[in-house]
Design a protein around this ligand. Structure first.
Ligand SMILES: C[C@@](CO)(OP(=O)(O)O)[C@H](O)COP(=O)(O)OP(=O)(O)OC[C@H]1O[C@@H](n2ccc(N)nc2=O)[C@H](O)[C@@H]1O
Ligand SMILES: Nc1ncnc2c1ncn2[C@@H]1O[C@H](COP(=O)(O)OP(=O)(O)O)[C@@H](O)[C@H]1O
Length: 346
């Protein structure tokens, strides 16, 4: 079914796409188990060597075809699980919308969709919630439009939208280089159990990178994290205790410098019985590796009682990247053009 708009508005006279059922994609948050940050590049970015892991803390992105007079183009946001969504834009600066626009340019068509975000990933928390929404919007829109896109093409568009978007599509555990957008799957045996301490405020990613540059310009520059190889070996062994000794993040010193209260959060998690804790990405979320699910539940309960953060969540990883989900709001149509494949969470 194709429809032509009538009357005014941005799509007046244009041929609109077939009005198929909405597509819903579930997409995970990430944490960085290892984050080595290089010196600033001429383009303002920093080269990274990072190990991402996707956690079962997910946003849902539903993309619906615009119906003139009924469904307007744009973005709407609802939050769940106590997530504070005030900072999430609903205009064209929303990363999910930017992803739709990037895909529309690639497909040479109008971005004639409505994007509904259901956010459970903390905002500006160092868990790449915006990037997750962008990845979800890309996959959902590509499915809605039944674009014949390969994995490489979709990953390329993802990397244009933001450094972490490609990983949100990929999921699992992966080694990221460049800005973090060049990915290689990492063998990760077993499931790792985490406690996620969500702060009551966000930290701006560019400010944290800038603070690291400032700290590194001083004589007492923070120590850099070690090589990534031992981290990869610990992941392959599946030993949480080995991995705990190796968690490291060059941005942690900068995040703590901007938000000294994080020191207390990190200490409280370990005092509560976690094997180790680390700031995720640019923070301020802190994640704590625990010795199994039951231990994580105990640590979460104790940490929640200390009052060092807004909310505490129990999570595990690795989990798959962005996936079309069936059910209400989802689509049960024929196979989708993009399939990240089983290697996505080796
Ligand atoms: C730090 C990390 C680690 O995974 O995660 P978050 O803490 O944001 O979740 C990422 O590298 C963040 O990726 P993302 O949030 O997509 O960043 P982008 O939108 O690409 O960049 C935002 C800004 O951060 C700085 N930036 C980002 C990535 C990078 N490799 N070097 C940088 O210097 C730049 O100032 C850039 O303008
Ligand atoms: N869909 C989105 N969800 C969350 N934040 C978004 C989104 N689109 C744009 N933003 C902006 O990006 C900033 C960083 O958000 P987020 O991706 O959640 O954190 P981080 O970069 O720390 O992982 C937010 O403060 C917000 O202004």
């Amino acid at each position: 079914m194709r429809a032509r708009t009538s009357g005014g508005g941005p799509y007046a006279g244009r041929v609109l796409s077939a009005v198929g059922p909405p597509v819903t994609v579930r997409v995970p948050a990430k944490i960085n188990l290892h984050l080595a940050v290089g010196d600033p590049r001429p383009d303002g970015y920093h080269d990274l060597v990072t190990v991402f892991q996707a956690l079962n803390l997910t946003d849902e992105v539903t993309v619906t075809t615009v119906v003139p007079g009924a469904i307007a183009p744009g973005v709407s946001v609802t939050t769940v699980d106590g997530v504070a969504g005030d900072d999430v834009p609903t205009d064209t600066s929303n990363l999910a919308w930017r992803a739709v626009e990037a895909l529309a340019r690639h497909a040479d068509r109008d971005p004639d969709v409505r994007v509904a975000l259901r956010k459970a990933i903390p905002v500006a928390g160092g868990m790449a919630g915006g990037s997750a929404d962008a990845a979800g919007a890309l996959l959902a829109t590509a499915s809605l439009w039944r674009l014949d896109l390969g994995r490489e093409a979709l990953m390329g568009i993802a990397a244009e939208v933001g450094s972490d978007v490609a990983f949100a599509l990929h999921g699992g555990t992966a080694l990221g280089t460049g800005r973090g957008e060049r990915l290689v799957p990492v063998l990760s045996r077993h499931t790792f159990h985490w406690v996620v301490a969500v702060a009551d405020h966000g930290l701006s990613t560019p400010s944290v990178f800038a603070e690291l540059d400032r700290l590194r310009a001083r004589p007492e520059a923070p120590r850099r994290v070690g090589d990534v190889e031992p981290v990869l070996e610990a992941l392959a062994s599946g030993e949480a205790r080995s991995l705990a000794l190796l968690l490291g993040n060059d941005l942690q010193a900068a995040a703590v410098s901007l938000d000294p209260g994080l020191r207390r959060t990190l200490r409280a998690g370990v005092d509560a019985g976690a094997l180790a804790g680390v700031v995720s990405g640019s923070g301020p979320t802190c994640v704590f590796l625990c010795d199994g699910h039951d231990a994580a539940v105990r640590v979460a309960a104790e940490l929640a009682g200390v009052g060092v953060c807004r909310t505490v969540r129990v999570a595990h990883g690795p989990v798959p990247g962005a996936r079309v989900v069936d059910g209400e709001g989802g689509s049960t149509g024929p196979p989708r053009p993009y399939d990240p494949g089983p290697g996505a969470y080796a």
